[in-house]
Design a protein around this ligand. Structure first.
Ligand SMILES: [Mg+2]
Length: 264
């Protein structure tokens, strides 16, 4: 893991796809700052494909795909991808994704709320299709990572998958993740070939649930907030920005576009 300033002209020139986590990667303290939103537009205007990869729900992804300067969005940690094509809203769902009104997630919900003090269901749960999101740090009181880890263990003991983001623990049934759906979407929508085109992707993330992306793409970038989670991450990203959150993302995009133009 080295500073984003190490990005070379050769690596930057190759990038065609810019993928990014949302929470605490392009947001700062819960808001999307103007520099980060502008950075999305700068990518779009530079003819890069822009694709958020998030744990946020289907309902948010519908808005993002329609309204933001993006070429698609992968949501609910890889359960789905939404995009616009020829004036139509298009949807892709992972074949292993199981709707979240099942008995196992109901039992997890009951047990977490009963057994782990201070936890609560995420307020965006109503627009989720496949996962259950337990809030530990989106709203007050913010609970420590040790609580998130206890929630994760409980979910896993019930046979579910559970991932810790910077704000929620997301739990679901079925084997899929952000990386698998990102690759599928890139391949089916843009003719991406993972054997020959991996270096054309730049991914930005901030936390342990981004780790599959960090380990897969050689041009992976974390915003500075990754430093809070290094003890939970085995596969570090290649680059790290000096600033956290949306300001860090903007810093990364400025560096990418500048290196594309002029070299290092
Ligand atoms: Mg995040």
């Amino acid at each position: 893991m080295g500073p984003i300033a190490n990005l070379t002209h050769e690596s930057a020139a190759d990038i065609e796809f810019v993928l990014m986590d949302i929470d605490d990667t392009i947001t700062t303290e819960g808001k999307l700052p103007s520099v980060a939103y502008n950075a999305l537009w700068e990518c779009k205007n530079s003819h890069l494909k822009v694709i958020p990869i998030t744990g946020r729900p289907a309902g948010w992804c519908d808005l993002i795909a329609r309204q933001w300067p993006v070429d698609g969005v992968v949501g609910e940690n890889g359960a789905l991808a939404f995009w616009e094509e020829d004036g139509h809203a298009k949807r892709m769902y992972h074949e292993h994704a199981v709707r979240n009104d099942n008995e196992i997630l109901k039992r997890i919900r009951f047990r977490v709320l009963k057994e782990i003090e201070g936890t609560r269901i995420a307020q965006d749960q109503f627009c989720r299709m496949f996962d259950l999101a337990i809030d530990f740090a989106e709203e007050e009181p913010k609970l420590p990572l040790s609580v998130a880890q206890a929630i994760q263990r409980l979910c896993e003991s019930e046979g579910a998958i559970a991932k810790i983001s910077s704000i929620h623990v997301n739990t679901w049934l079925g084997h899929y993740n952000k990386l698998g759906m990102a690759l599928r979407f890139l391949t089916e929508r843009f003719g991406y070939d993972d054997l020959t085109m991996r270096s054309k992707v730049m991914f930005f993330g901030d936390s342990p649930n981004d780790e599959p992306m960090f380990s897969h793409f050689p041009n992976s970038v974390a915003v500075a907030s990754i430093n809070n989670y290094l003890h939970l991450v085995e596969h570090y990203p290649r680059y790290v920005t000096s600033q956290a959150g949306g300001e860090g993302f903007a810093e990364g995009v400025v560096t990418l576009l500048e290196r594309k133009r002029h070299g290092s």
